[in-house]
Design a protein around this ligand. Structure first.
Ligand SMILES: Cc1cc2nc3c(=O)[nH]c(=O)nc-3n(C[C@H](O)[C@H](O)[C@H](O)COP(=O)(O)OP(=O)(O)OC[C@H]3O[C@@H](n4cnc5c(N)ncnc54)[C@H](O)[C@@H]3O)c2cc1C
Ligand code: SF4
Length: 518
């Protein structure tokens, strides 16, 4: 890798990716400010492999520029390529090649990329170029690929709950010796309260864009103006300091109600008591363990009840780690899975929110405006509708990957392909998250203002979720009837008169005709 031009001996070229904006990232372990060079690059290959939400691109580019500046202020040598740099090659491999050209490096060091696609491209580049590429484990996660693999090995079924208990024991979070705090591992039963409209709801902390962010916003408008989503107002934090303030704000104002209203939805309320911290954790601005420690502290100081603290910690050291394990265990190929053979196109209204279904309109409109929707909106509204309607899961996957500020394939794909579409046939979850309008009505107030009637099962005014629910179950009975968790549901169907059954199926046909064209 050395050339004749420059005789100065450099040690490592350290590539820091846009979702590794963390001073503790393993690629910087043992790095030397005097000898090593940190490479960061905004490349069109990454910004454009799906048509990401404008806010997501702006968030990452601005956070990268701030991180690079902080490193430089701290004495590091940083080689930073902006997207509009005329020399920009457009790809990560191309930027490594440019950095290596004429320089003497003994190796390229990187923390393993979160996405299989990026890892494969870098491995392929190293093999083709003959360069020494040292890929280190991503120590921001609790569970390594090997660890997850050995946990999964020999188990008939993988279930998050058992994995989560191991993570609790390992971290000691909310543990009293070897026993869980409060005598139970999981307080989910207490976390299903519907929210009331008169709650005094907090809003996530807003950060005013500085000059760096403004420059990025202009760049994104110029280069990605046709992508989905509103760019302004832009209020995400783009530095570690800002993200820490957002964490503090959440712990003080919202955490105490996080558990109770975790599954609730309210018309006009986009965040409820959710943390809106996933984009900070997934990009490296916050470390998952420090977030969990802060939440645990709130519990021990009496600022949050146990069902809130445990519920939150379970999402992070349980679900977040578990889905990552599932992703790496099943790649490549996981994103192509299609257990039900679903093939309908994604309805157009997923891109413009123009639908009379109030729950879907709310989830999609806020996704467009904020690059954010909370878990139940993603799972039980947009995800549920797509699965019931038989939309091709790969199209659904590409939509989720594009539209959320926190979307990276390692976390998005298992949530979409596995949890929300059941396209992996039950690898991640034990049954499909399929629900009729009744569930949405119980957990939200959307139905009150909807142009459809949640109580009606058939007819033009009937809530579309109602007939689609049965149509989905009947369509896929061959694959689902044997599922013990669905036995009761199929019994209900079997007890219906043939006339009623036909009315449901006919109504579903009409709904699909109408709404897939919307
Ligand atoms: C269809 C679908 C797609 C999703 N796509 C993504 C995605 O692209 N990126 C992403 O980070 N999360 C994704 N999730 C998980 C979850 O919806 C988001 O993490 C959460 O909504 C982020 O908002 P928050 O920070 O306010 O979370 P909170 O409700 O405050 O939860 C706290 C934290 O727990 C973690 N978490 C919660 N649930 C999950 C989960 N199921 N998987 C992984 N981590 C979880 C997140 O880090 C989150 O910040 C998806 C879920 C579904 C059902
Ligand atoms: S009636 Fe149906 S479509 Fe309308 S908000 Fe309720 S669940 Fe959604």
């Amino acid at each position: 890798m050395a050339s004749q031009e420059n005789t100065q001996e450099l040690r490592n070229l350290i590539l820091v990716l846009g979702d590794q904006l963390c001073r503790n990232v393993s690629s910087l372990d043992g790095a030397d400010r005097d000898q090593d060079i940190i490479l960061m690059a905004e490349v069109s290959e990454e910004a454009g492999y799906v048509r990401h939400h404008k806010k997501k691109i702006a968030f990452l580019f601005s956070a990268m520029r701030h991180f690079a500046r902080e490193l430089e202020e701290d004495g590091w040598k940083v080689r930073y390529t902006k997207l509009d740099d005329p020399e920009n090659s457009g790809s990560l491999a191309g930027e490594i090649e440019r950095a290596l050209d004429g320089q003497r490096f003994s190796r390229v060091v990187i923390t393993e990329p979160g996405e299989y696609r990026v890892k494969s491209a870098l491995d392929a580049w190293a093999e083709a170029s003959g360069a020494v590429l040292e890929m280190r484990q991503d120590s921001r996660f609790l569970c390594s690929h090997e660890r997850f693999q050995s946990w999964a090995e020999g188990r008939k079924q993988l279930r998050m709950e058992y994995f989560y208990r191991e993570m609790r024991r390992e971290t000691g979070l909310l543990m009293q010796g070897d026993q869980p705090e409060g005598g139970k591992w999981n307080f989910d039963q207490e976390n299903r309260k519907p929210a009331k409209g008169d709650l005094c709801l907090p809003h996530p902390l807003e950060t005013r864009p500085d000059a760096i962010t403004e420059e990025v916003l202009d760049l994104v408008e110029a280069r990605f103006g046709s992508h989905f989503g509103s760019l302004r107002p832009f209020w995400f934090a783009v530095t570690r300091e800002g993200a820490l303030q957002a964490l503090e704000d959440f712990a003080e104002k919202a955490l105490s109600c996080f558990g109770d209203y975790q599954d609730a939805m309210l018309e006009g309320e986009r965040f409820l008591y959710h943390s809106v911290l996933s984009q900070y954790m997934n990009s490296g601005l916050l470390e998952p363990m420090e977030v969990c420690r802060r939440v645990e502290r709130a519990y021990y100081e009496g600022d949050a009840p146990l069902n809130a603290a445990e519920g939150f910690i379970r999402q992070v050291i349980g679900w977040r780690e578990y889905v990552r394990g599932i992703y790496w265990l099943n790649m490549p190929g996981y994103t192509e899975q299609n257990y039900f053979g679903a093939s309908r196109p994604l309805p157009e209204f997923y891109w413009n929110g123009e639908t009379g279904m109030a729950c879907l309109a709310a989830a999609i409109t806020q996704t467009r405006d904020e690059a954010y929707a909370h878990h139940i909106q993603r799972l039980m509204v947009t995800g549920n509708f797509a699965m019931l309607a038989g939309v091709d899961p790969h199209e659904v996957h590409e939509w989720y990957l594009a539209v959320y500020a926190d979307a990276y394939e390692w976390v998005e794909a298992p949530n979409v392909i596995g949890m929300s579409q059941f396209a992996d046939g039950g690898l991640l979850g034990s049954k499909p998250y399929a629900a009729s309008g009744n569930y949405i009505n119980k957990m939200s107030n959307h139905c009150a203002g909807c142009s459809y009637d949640v109580k009606r099962k058939t007819g033009e005014k009937a809530c579309p979720f109602n007939s689609l629910y049965w149509d989905f179950l009947v369509r896929n009975a061959g694959k689902l009837r044997g599922n013990p968790r669905l036995r009761q549901v199929y019994r209900t169907w079997d007890r219906m008169s043939a006339e009623r059954q036909n009315a449901y199926l006919e109504a579903a046909r009409e709904v699909l005709e109408r709404h897939l064209k919307e």
